[in-house]
Design a protein around this ligand. Structure first.
Ligand SMILES: [Mn+2]
Length: 323
């Protein structure tokens, strides 16, 4: 699998009149930040550019969308370039695949290790903490100094995919880019407040409910929490507002394995698993028909909630014994 160069991809974009940008489904900060940064850059160059989405942009990322995103496949015809960002295969843009293929040239910029070269031009770097890092390099290769708004989008991409520079994927390059963003005048505190201190009370209510169910198992090395459908209804929380609960559970001192178990529908249970230092949750998830990474994985179980909680506790106890 061979990457194209940023120079080759920069030339493709500079030669295009109309570009549609494709972030992955359930878009996160990296997907939206990367897409917004390149969309802004292309528009600044006088090109027609939109971000074609199939899911709502999460509330705390809406500030990045300055009229870039659209659900409308007819927004522009004769697309020169279909550019997918932070997204490595058609299963991550299912409702947009046909439109994506309509582009005269297809380009993929991504950092997922599982991404195969599936476009005409590809740049996939699993060492990059965020696709935003790659988009930043591409913009510079286009000969452009990013403006403040572009810089804010790049910051959003990198801060969210690195757990605000805490995760093991954080590199010197992430911090070098931050230094350059300061040089162009990005107010990182302002953007951080938008992303991280912009929650609805309902999110805190549902988080409190999940916390109240925390069980410590395996002699302190495991923690499990759960939520029922009723919890979601009574608090009025939105589905994505429980996304970060699992990281909070993992943050407990001494915990190596964390699980967050959520009833999506009666008998349909979504399980999120995390490992801290030594554990491997990919194995547990795969055993249960799911998948993911060594430190972050998940699966769906088709059984009553209490049964799912017990099953996960058993699996975790086993894994903790093997630590
Ligand atoms: Mn990413």
């Amino acid at each position: 699998m061979k990457n194209n160069t940023f120079k080759e991809i920069a030339e493709v974009l500079l030669g295009a009149g109309k570009v549609l940008i494709y972030p992955h489904i359930n878009p996160d900060g990296d997907a939206i930040g990367s897409a917004a940064a390149i969309c802004r850059t292309l528009r600044n160059l006088g090109k027609t550019a939109y971000i074609l989405i199939e899911d709502e942009v999460p509330d705390n990322l809406k500030f990045l969308d300055k009229g870039y995103t659209t659900f409308d496949h007819k927004i522009t015809e004769d697309v020169d370039v279909s550019l997918c960002v932070d997204c490595g295969d058609f299963s991550r843009l299912p409702a947009r695949e046909e439109k994506f293929r309509e582009g005269k040239v297809t380009v993929c910029i991504d950092h997922h290790g599982t991404t195969e070269n599936f476009c005409d031009y590809n740049y996939v770097d699993p060492q990059a903490a965020a696709t935003g890092e790659l988009i930043y390099a591409l913009i510079k290769e286009m000969g452009i100094v990013p403006d403040v708004e572009t810089g804010e989008a790049i910051f959003a991409a990198i801060t969210t995919d690195t757990g605000n520079f805490q995760y093991s994927n954080t590199t010197r390059n992430c911090h070098l880019i931050m230094a350059e963003l300061f040089d162009i005048g990005v107010d990182t505190n302002k953007v951080s407040v938008e992303i991280y201190e912009n929650e609805r009370p309902e999110k805190l209510m549902i988080t409190a409910r999940a916390f109240s169910t925390i069980e410590i198992i395996g002699g302190g090395r495991g923690a499990v929490a759960h939520l029922t459908l009723k919890d979601m209804e009574e608090t009025g929380a939105r589905p994505f507002e429980t996304d970060r609960i699992i990281e909070n559970i993992r943050s407990i001192s001494g915990v190596e394995y964390a699980a967050f178990i959520k009833e999506k529908e009666p008998g349909v249970i979504r399980v999120s698993l995390r490992a801290k230092r030594r554990g491997d949750v990919a194995k547990i998830a795969a055993d249960l028909g799911g998948g993911g990474h060594v430190k972050a994985a998940g699966c769906t179980l088709y059984m009553p909630l209490d049964q799912a909680v017990n099953l996960i506790k058993e699996k975790m106890e086993e894994a903790i014994k093997a630590l």
